[in-house]
Ligand binder design. Structure first.
Ligand SMILES: NC(=O)c1ccc[n+]([C@@H]2O[C@H](COP(=O)([O-])OP(=O)(O)OC[C@H]3O[C@@H](n4cnc5c(N)ncnc54)[C@H](OP(=O)(O)O)[C@@H]3O)[C@@H](O)[C@H]2O)c1
Length: 294
């Protein structure tokens, strides 16, 4: 099995590469210098050069605030490059595993979203994610689209890092009880991607769209309380008070209120179980405060 991983420097991409290495699976993971997604020739070039059996695309333009100010760049990376990638995969008979996001939904549903729920993205980023999915469905038969909820890790910006960075310096931290999600550690998401890959390699062909998120959803405010109890074991925090704020626009855009995803289709189809998030959060917080080795 030969795998081409796109987005190796990202939260999930980094963990996918680590797991492929650990499992001795042959993979290629060009970084942006070799594969700039806004360049169709580079996409085709990498497919021709590495001739993979599978492409795992975890790359994305992920900043919802900047996306509102530069929509064409966001659509070029998230939709147009994905369309090119899907076409290249289809032409070469390569199977594509593409990670997507809860942001294809408007977040107004009261409980977990399943794959049959109507999509209704709010904002540029959400629309670019949905249109990327549509491009894949139109152009590449052998595809798995894996939608994720809140992705967390120690390595790059995410909700966990944002809250902890604020708690370390600010006496008061604004959080909202109205936003729900499932903190999913990047290595857990990578576990799911590799488990799917291995079953596809063994001949399974349940092409389509799947959701993965950890077992329990949590509000941003309760998540912040968990982070305070975890982080204060490692360092004295400045935060004395969590201020409950409305979910209204933060930095100009309103995030989907509910990012909870139902993972039962993934379980029923691939036998992949969802994990709880607390132990992973404890580990990420520990790594965050771990002294950096010289
Ligand atoms: N982060 C979340 O909370 C979240 C939530 C739901 C779904 N997801 C989805 O999960 C997947 C992984 O997300 P993540 O958080 O791991 O992403 P991330 O940490 O933001 O990393 C994004 C990756 O995409 C690469 N990339 C961006 N623009 C590129 C371009 N023009 N050409 C080549 N590479 C480019 C980045 O490379 P550089 O290092 O060179 O910038 C990086 O490797 C994505 O599909 C994302 O939409 C994420």
């Amino acid at each position: 099995m030969k795998v081409l991983v796109i987005g190796r420097t990202g939260q999930v991409g980094h963990e996918v590469c680590k797991l492929l290495e650990k499992k001795n699976i042959t993979f290629f993971a060009p970084d942006r210098n070799e594969l700039e997604l806004s360049d169709d020739n580079q996409i085709q070039g990498c497919i021709d050069q590495y001739q993979p059996d599978f492409v795992v695309n975890t790359a994305a333009y992920n900043n919802p605030v900047r996306a509102e100010n530069e929509p064409s760049k966001c659509f070029a990376i998230n939709r147009d490059s994905t369309a090119t990638l899907a076409e290249c995969c289809q032409r070469a008979g390569i199977s594509l595993i593409h990670t997507s996001s809860y942001r294809v939904f408007d977040g107004t549903k009261q409980d977990a979203y399943n794959e049959k729920d109507p999509t209704n993205p709010i904002g540029v980023l959400g629309n670019s994610r949905l249109q990327a999915e549509q491009q894949i469905r139109e152009r590449c038969d052998q595809h798995i689209i894996l939608r994720l909820s809140w992705v967390t890790s120690e390595r790059r910006p995410n909700i966990l890092r944002r809250l902890i960075d604020q708690m370390v310096v600010d006496k008061e931290v604004y959080v909202t009880p109205d936003q729900l999600g499932c903190p999913t550690s990047a290595d857990d998401a990578a576990r799911v991607v590799i488990a799917i890959l291995q079953q596809l390699y063994c001949g399974a062909k349940p092409w389509g769209t799947y959701h993965y998120s950890t077992t329990e959803s949590v509000s941003e405010s309760n998540f912040a309380e968990t982070l305070i109890s975890e982080a204060s074991q490692h360092q004295e925090l400045a935060v004395k008070k969590l201020i409950m704020a409305k979910i209204d626009s933060r930095e100009g855009i309103k995030p989907p209120a509910n990012a909870t995803l139902d993972s039962s289709k993934l379980l029923n189809t691939f036998g992949i179980h969802a994990k709880p998030w607390r132990s992973a959060v404890a580990r990420i917080v520990h790594d965050h405060f771990k002294p950096v080795e010289p």
